[in-house]
Unconditional design. Structure first.
Lengths: 232, 203
């Protein structure tokens, strides 16, 4: 069973549903895999991520996380096991970066002390422990992305979704973020990222979203079987 | 020593352009750091793995002879000593200049190859469905190449500064080349999709 599975997913916008964004998209992601979807602007790559996260319902097809249909989770909290990275920080959630990490944990019933401990851990894991006491506005672009990753990591996700992790990030800082995402995948967290920049595809299973259609390997290839050597 | 034997030993300069990519790569390694034959073979295997291949270690000696004949490299005096002499070679000013010119020419060749591909694809204008299949295959190859490009090690983790720099430059060149190709693939797909739609309407 795949960790995440999209099966013939379709999504349209517009009053007459005339703008087709996703067309018969099928995709499987396994635990510990990093998949990156490249697409031009308005290609539907952000929609794909929101549908995969369960934030948006597909018009057709099914999205399954750990075998369960995301749309059928009646009354369940959205996002259990799925971490969707948001770069925006709502002012009401706190002043310092660490406050924003703690806020989400408190909202899910984690007591203050363990929440603060967890917040420090994830900031360290995202390599921005030194930014804990800064205000979000003081972060540079790369630090803001790392903070978004840290916030999603606080809930110990099995799947991490991130939209355009390297957009606006300085060239020399870009690879550090990609290396962080790949290291998370190596630890067993599946990562699905969208990107408008080909360098973001390095080391991943690279896919392309073009006019709503997904191109490239939809599922991880099975291990190649090495034929036994024939005896003489 | 007779005049004839001296003339035989004097390297003859070859005026025709040197074509072998392996020769140029070896010249680059000598420019990077003077080395002897076997050491060059080892450095070549390490630096150009997956890009160029030596047919054998002995080929390095053939290439060194050629580079010497073209006065691109020279033996460092006093290095042919001991029971097993290991003459070391260094680049000459001619060698460095030729290498620079080759790099610039090579870039023009890359542009020409891309244009050639685009022109050849246009030959399928009457069969847009076939062109779309080619574009699809080209796109898949680009995506596979993009995914296979490893992230280079961070600058601070590289013990060998030149090897680290080379890895970063190679990786970035490959990634940015793909960065340019993917939107072109999208553009070409739309052009041929429109052509195919026009043909269907015309029927």
């Amino acid at each position: 069973m795949s960790l995440l599975e999209l099966e013939h997913v379709g999504k349209c916008y517009g009053p007459l549903r005339e703008h087709v964004v996703l067309r018969d998209v099928s995709l499987q992601i396994q635990q510990g895999e990093m998949v990156a979807v490249w697409g031009m602007r308005r290609s539907g790559r952000s929609t794909l991520l929101r549908v995969a996260a369960g934030i948006e319902r597909p018009d057709s097809g099914v999205v399954r996380f750990e075998g369960r249909d995301l749309c059928a989770r009646e009354g369940e909290r959205l996002g259990v096991g799925i971490g969707y990275c948001r770069r925006a920080f709502a002012p009401g959630e706190g002043q310092r970066v660490i406050d924003h990490m703690i806020f989400g944990l408190l909202a899910r019933g984690v007591p203050l002390k363990p929440a603060a401990q967890r917040a420090r851990e994830v900031l360290e894991r995202a390599e921005i422990g030194h930014c804990a006491t800064l205000r979000p506005a003081e972060l540079d672009c790369a630090e803001a992305v790392r903070a978004a990753i840290a916030r999603a990591l606080a809930f110990t996700p099995r799947l991490l979704l991130i939209d355009e992790p390297t957009i606006g990030v300085d060239l020399l800082a870009r690879d550090g973020i990609l290396r962080l995402l790949l290291s998370l995948a190596q630890e067993g967290i599946a990562v699905l990222a969208s990107t408008g920049e080909a360098p973001g595809l390095s080391g991943t299973r690279a896919l392309m979203l073009s006019e709503g259609e997904l191109r490239g390997p939809r599922a991880r290839e099975l291990a190649k079987v090495v034929p036994l050597r024939h005896s003489a | 020593m007779s005049a004839r034997s001296v003339a035989e030993k004097r390297p003859k300069r070859n005026s025709s352009p040197m074509q072998s990519a392996v020769h140029w790569a070896l010249l680059g390694l000598v420019i990077e750091r003077p080395s002897y034959g076997y050491e060059l073979a080892q450095r070549f295997e390490h630096a150009y793995a997956g890009m160029l291949q030596l047919s054998g270690v002995s080929y390095v000696y053939t290439a060194l002879d050629t580079l010497q004949c073209r006065r691109m490299i020279e033996e460092i005096p006093g290095t042919r000593t001991g029971r097993q002499p290991k003459p070391r070679y260094r680049a000459t000013a001619i060698g460095v200049r030729s290498y620079q010119e080759r790099l610039i020419l090579q870039m023009r060749e890359d542009f020409r190859r891309s244009q050639l591909f685009a022109r050849q694809l246009a030959a399928l204008a009457q069969e847009p469905e076939l062109a779309l299949e080619v574009i699809d295959g080209y796109g898949q190859a680009c995506l596979a190449d993009a995914g296979d490009t490893p992230l280079p090690a961070p600058r601070e983790d590289c013990e060998d500064a030149v090897a680290g720099l080379a890895a970063r430059l190679v990786s970035e060149e490959r990634r940015l080349a793909i960065e340019a190709k993917l939107p072109w693939i999208e553009y070409a797909r739309r052009e041929f999709t429109a052509l195919a739609a026009g043909r269907i309407q015309a029927r």
